[in-house]
Design a protein around this ligand. Structure first.
Ligand code: C2O
Ligand code: CU
Length: 487
């Protein structure tokens, strides 16, 4: 056992006894500033710009990045720290950054036209907020389809006293890589729905620099299937294609915390690890009673943290297979130090096909449930689209031609979502955590074909908040609402 690990476990024991005082050193390459006092201000900078990125066998490709890095550098701070991020826009288009999941004050939320003016090319904007609560989050552009060009990164706020013990801490950012510019969605999309997904390769480079204009552009054929999922070139872990997977080192006996962050634009995954089960410890950053599974499904914008017992030496594949769409699974490697490091070509985790799959109802938050009595406001919201028209709708309305959902401060609000479409809709509410089943989350996957999910939240963060599907193509084609505090 390493000294580092003993320190960690000792800390947890002490924390449990209420004697915690020492700073913990994690085995992560990304550890937050060690020794920094609580409440530290982190002054950061992010520069969105066009970048040529080397994707190995997939070639060099020009995408949009933060600071030339893809995904953007992880922001890792401690709970209670303060974050200040100056964004200087070197893109040819306006942009914003949204701190997905963090209940920031409304003006810091990064939704263009709702909480701020977009940052013009050449312009700057400073985001500043308290880093809390602890959890795994992501940051991304909230302008149009920019999330599908590469403007994503993970944001980790470390707990002061985690409810699970671990020795190593790794983040796995899942992303879907386009072969070129984001496909344009047009009024012709409905015509294509009967043909389903179309062959790839048509739209790369055809759209010019802008890539804007969603409605009624006409004439771009062929890239967008009826489910609102483009034909991706590859699925990635931390920016790496399956043929060149990132490897995460472990030692026998370690407990390894893996933070799965789905930063994809339109891909939902089933995640499993060959030779290992996973103990799910956090859903969207919120701690849950640990639950052992063989696989979990993760929608766009969702995060799941798991711990894995490193008790089966070897070199193992961590795979994330798309639930809809055909690219080969995203891959990473779990590598025990001392094992010969040949990448296990063709190895597929059993959990992708059988075993215990995490269900929403399995999640039980460890944080208190503040609900009592019935909701003050109850809304039925039907999700549909992908059929006869290019629109994706909430309650039959197409954002921005949609009524704001008006709520009042301190109300308890319940949304009842029903999915009448064949698409998967990870529905995300900004600025709040909501209670779904026995868990807290901020994004929830509503299954297709009459899938139903209800959630409740306390109206405790005034402002104008976006509520939308996290498939950016669905969002751009109308599947969004404003949730507005009134009175
Ligand atoms: Cu991560 Cu409105 O989104
Ligand atoms: Cu959707």
């Amino acid at each position: 056992m390493t000294a580092e690990r003993m320190t960690r476990r000792r800390f947890l024991a002490l924390a449990g006894a209420g004697i915690a005082s020492t700073r913990v050193v994690l085995g992560s390459a990304f550890a937050a500033q060690e020794g920094a006092p609580a409440g530290t201000l982190h002054d950061l900078r992010r520069v969105p710009r066009r970048t040529e990125v080397d994707f190995g066998r997939l070639g060099r490709r020009t995408i949009w990045t933060y600071d030339g890095r893809f995904p953007g550098r992880e922001i890792r701070v401690r709970e209670g720290d303060r974050l200040r991020v100056i964004v200087h826009n070197e893109l040819p288009e306006p942009t914003t950054i949204h701190w997905h999941g963090v209940p920031v004050p409304n003006p810091m939320d990064g939704v263009p036209g709702l909480t701020q003016q977009p940052i013009a090319p050449g312009g700057s904007f400073t985001y500043e907020f308290d880093a809390r609560p602890a959890g795994s989050y992501l940051y991304h552009s909230h302008q149009g389809l920019q999330i599908d060009r590469g403007l994503v990164g993970s944001l980790v706020i470390e707990e002061r006293s985690p409810h699970v013990a671990y020795d190593r801490d790794y983040t796995l950012v899942l992303d879907d890589l386009l072969p070129g510019e984001p496909p344009e969605m047009t009024a012709a999309q409905g015509d294509r729905s009967s043909r389903g997904r179309m062959g790839g390769g048509m739209m790369g480079g055809m759209m010019g620099g802008g890539g804007r204009g969603m409605m009624g552009g006409g004439g771009m054929g062929g890239m967008m299937g009826s489910l609102g999922i483009p034909d991706y070139l590859a699925l990635l872990v931390n920016g790496r294609p399956p043929a060149d997977p990132p490897a995460f080192e472990v030692k026998r006996g370690d407990r390894v915390r893996l933070r799965f962050v789905n930063a994809s634009c339109a891909t939902t995954y089933r995640v499993a690890i060959a030779g290992h089960r996973m103990s799910v410890s956090h859903a969207d950053g919120r701690p849950v009673k640990p639950i052992e599974v063989d696989a979990l499904e993760i929608g766009m914008g969702e995060r799941y943290d798991v711990t894995v017992e490193a008790s089966n030496p070897g070199t193992w594949v961590i795979a994330a297979a798309p639930l809809q769409g055909s690219p080969e699974p995203a891959r990473a490697i779990l590598r025990y130090s001392g094992t010969r490091s040949a990448t296990p070509a063709g190895q597929e985790p059993e959990g992708l096909r059988r075993g215990k799959l995490l269900a929403l109802g399995d999640l039980e938050g460890v944080e208190p449930d503040d609900r009592a009595g019935r909701a003050d406001r109850d809304l039925d919201l039907v999700l549909s689209g992908g059929m006869m028209s290019p629109a994706w709708t909430i309650g039959g309305q197409v954002y921005p031609d949609a009524d704001p959902i008006e709520i009042r401060r301190r109300e308890r609000v319940r949304f009842r979502l029903r999915n009448m479409s064949m698409g998967l809709h990870p529905m995300h509410l900004h600025g709040h955590f909501f209670r779904v089943g026995r868990a807290w989350k901020d994004t929830v996957l509503v299954p297709p074909h009459m899938g139903e999910v209800s959630f409740e939240f306390r109206a405790d963060n005034p402002g104008r908040w976006f509520f939308h599907c996290h498939n950016a193509y669905h969002m751009e084609m109308g599947m969004a609402r404003e949730v507005r505090y009134v009175g």
